[in-house]
Design a protein around this ligand. Structure first.
Ligand code: UGA
Length: 437
């Protein structure tokens, strides 16, 4: 099937490549000429494991092209909207400028029978509004909502083998026809028995923010328990193991530490609260304010812990921060807890050096005033304290003996609860962590 993917960021680039891998003929469109040039040359514009290989593989088939020219979408049966919906400056609400821009420039090229499939995370009600715009421009085109649940770092796998397909369609024959087209799009995962939920537009839009809100709540729940553990001398990692054995609770997403960041969870819970307020249902989501507050408190606590191990002051102290990305296997620094902690310590007078295996270039653009190093060894040379902020494999595997030779003082704050406290203490380190002693 011929399809277009509008917006080629973390979501769209992977979606376009995955659709081509499934056998479709795909054109990816983006306003960023540099991004398009890289993708057209088979290169990923950001770090995502498996994406360069996938781009090379499907690039060779000729089924995947990229362009800045919206006219190229003409003739595609399905148009996926994959642009970003960042948080508005100074507000909780989502900024829909990119979605509106994408839809507006798509309208002139729609043909009868086309399906416009929204994948961007939007405030509920957006799909209905887009459906009206589309109906005015091309009455025989249909808008459906098909939220995406991929995780950065696992995006290729998640897109090729989703754990569910959610499709919101309008009632009546238009919806039935669009469903049949989308079934063809996802024929391969459906043949693999991927669960499919077909519903109305409002539910499909809500599913996405409900899922991310639940995940954020789960993380903040365990981080609230970490605060209790700190107050009582208990160990939050053992607590998470113990409650996680209950299948109704589950151990995944119960890792206490520096909390959640990235381009999705933080802004999605805020946009959800803003939308609930507009709908007169703000009380229903007031708990998300607490979820957000618990999450932000972890960052403050992390700076406090660094100060504690430095005998009460970080002024003039050299602090090595291991990690800049919001999570491992990503170069994404949007709302990164690691960088937020690094910047805060810098503002408070510490001499901070940040390192990350992939995200230094992006971090430097976001926080040019911080110092950066290529390796943990370089960052930690002579350091007064080491702060582990993103749990990259290479940081989890550090040898406390060898690493102890490099630093000025053997003090480490484990912001992700991934190191073995006994091993680090045995090597002479002062070890502190969020939620365990
Ligand atoms: C998240 C969702 O997990 C995806 O399902 C969703 O599709 C995506 O947002 C999106 O809306 O596009 P992602 O932002 O890639 O995916 O990252 P997550 O793996 O969810 O991690 C988010 C943050 O939570 C990271 O900063 C991570 O370090 C933190 N986290 C995660 C914890 O602090 N503890 C945990 O136990 C798990």
């Amino acid at each position: 099937m011929r399809m277009s993917v509008i917006g080629c960021g973390y979501l769209g680039a992977v979606h376009a490549a995955a659709m081509a891998e499934l056998g479709h003929e795909v054109v990816g469109v983006d306003v960023d000429a540099q991004k398009v040039a890289l993708l057209a040359a088979g290169q990923a514009p950001f770090f995502e494991p498996g994406l360069p290989e996938l781009l090379t593989e499907v690039g060779a088939t000729g089924r995947l092209t990229f362009t800045t020219d919206m006219a190229a979408v003409q003739g595609a049966a399905v148009h996926f909207i994959c642009v970003g919906t960042p948080q508005k400056r100074g507000e909780y609400a989502a900024d829909l400028a990119y979605v509106d821009g994408a839809v507006e420039s798509l309208l002139p090229y729609l043909s009868p029978g086309d399906v416009v499939a929204g994948k961007s995370t939007v405030p509920v009600g957006t799909a209905e509004r887009i459906a009206e715009q589309v109906a005015a421009a091309q009455p025989e085109a249909t808008v459906v909502w098909n939220p995406e649940f991929l995780r950065e770092g696992f995006a290729v796998q998640d897109t090729l083998h989703p754990d569910r397909i959610v499709l919101g369609v309008p009632a009546g024959p238009d919806g039935e026809r669009a469903t049949a087209i989308m079934d063809e799009v996802y024929a391969a995962p459906l043949a693999d028995d991927t669960p499919q939920v077909i519903t109305d537009l409002a539910t499909a839009q809500l599913v996405k923010v409900a899922a991310n809100s639940f995940l954020a709540t789960k993380i903040s729940f365990i981080n609230a328990m970490a605060e209790l553990c700190e107050a009582t001398g208990a160990d939050v990692t053992r607590l998470a193991d113990a409650i996680g054995f209950d299948a109704r609770i589950g151990r995944r997403f119960l890792n206490a530490g520096l909390g959640f960041g990235g381009g999705c969870l933080p802004k999605d819970i805020r946009a959800f609260m803003a939308r609930a307020g507009e709908l007169g249902a703000d009380q229903a989501l007031s708990f998300l304010k607490e979820v957000d507050a618990i999450n932000m408190r972890r960052r403050v606590r992390m700076v406090d812990l660094a100060r504690e191990v430095c005998d009460g002051s970080i002024v003039g102290k050299k602090i090595a921060v291991l990690g800049a990305a919001f999570k491992p296997d990503s170069d994404d620094v949007r709302d990164s807890p690691a960088l937020s902690v690094a910047a805060q310590m810098g503002l408070q007078g510490a001499r901070v050096v940040v390192t990350d295996p992939q995200a230094v270039a992006n971090a430097r653009r976001a926080w040019p005033d911080l110092r950066y190093a290529a390796t943990p060894e370089e960052a930690a040379a002579g350091a007064d304290v080491v702060v582990l902020a993103t749990e990259w494999r290479q940081y989890r595997d550090l040898d406390p003996e060898a690493f102890g030779e490099i630093v000025g003082h053997k003090r480490i704050v484990d912001g992700r609860n991934v190191l073995d406290p006994a091993a680090w203490r045995a090597a002479g380190w002062t070890y502190r962590a969020l939620g365990r002693h």
